[in-house]
Write a protein that binds this ligand. Structure first.
Ligand SMILES: [Zn+2]
Ligand SMILES: [Zn+2]
Length: 209
């Protein structure tokens, strides 16, 4: 069957399961029959692949190992392929910028919903990072999460649980670094009130525990 236009309402009967399914449930053939759809549906194809893998234990691992060896042997091939797909992605993006953006946004939303802690941490680190050169060494989102968890997601000064943000114990203007050992979680109020005094609330927290 030639592909004129794929739509949800066009369909055909799968050669394996015999069910009528929309054309979007059929993959394209390999280059040998390029431009044509397969006769078996995606579900049958997936079931076949799964059964085959189960009857050939270790095959996937060997294949992966082989792949790794090839990449190590010819790193330039991998680089070439990556460059090609980068160009393809860019072209696809520019072909329909609006759609690509809204798809991106939706993917981001989904990811944020699934990873609320990490997404908040990324935002916090990004905000803090903005004031510094892009290549300056900086604490990571994971380190920030570990620090917040250590203090039960409370402000180390007032113990409120409100929009924590990273605060430099020794200000950068006084030679403080952007590494996690110079960072304490403060709430918005304490962060604003603290100004450039370099009080280490972490010590007081630890003494009071
Ligand atoms: Zn089928
Ligand atoms: Zn506070």
């Amino acid at each position: 069957m030639d592909i004129v236009q794929l739509s949800m309402f066009d369909g055909k009967v799968c050669s394996k399961c015999g069910e009528f399914k929309p054309l979007t449930r059929y993959r394209l053939h390999t280059p040998r029959n390029a431009g044509k759809l397969r006769n078996d549906c995606m579900d049958c194809q997936a079931a076949y692949t799964k059964a085959w893998r189960e009857s050939h234990p270790g095959h996937q691992e060997r294949k992966n190992e082989q792949q790794r060896r090839l990449i190590a042997l010819h790193p330039e091939r991998r680089e070439k392929k990556n460059a090609r797909s980068r160009i393809q992605r860019r072209e696809a993006y520019h072909a329909d910028v609006e759609q690509a953006r809204s798809k991106n946004k939706e993917l981001m939303r989904q990811w944020r919903r699934k990873n609320p802690e990490l997404s908040r941490a990324y935002s916090a680190v990004c905000r803090a990072r903005k004031r510094f050169p892009i290549d300056a060494p900086f604490f990571t989102a994971d380190e920030w999460i570990a620090l917040c968890r250590k203090y039960n997601y409370q402000c180390v000064c007032c113990r409120r649980e409100l929009g924590l943000s990273p605060d430099h114990v020794v200000p950068v203007t006084k030679g403080g670094t952007n590494t996690i050992d110079n960072i304490q979680p403060l709430c918005v109020y304490c962060n604003m009130g603290k100004g450039v005094s370099d009080r280490d609330y972490r010590i007081e927290w630890e003494l009071s525990e």
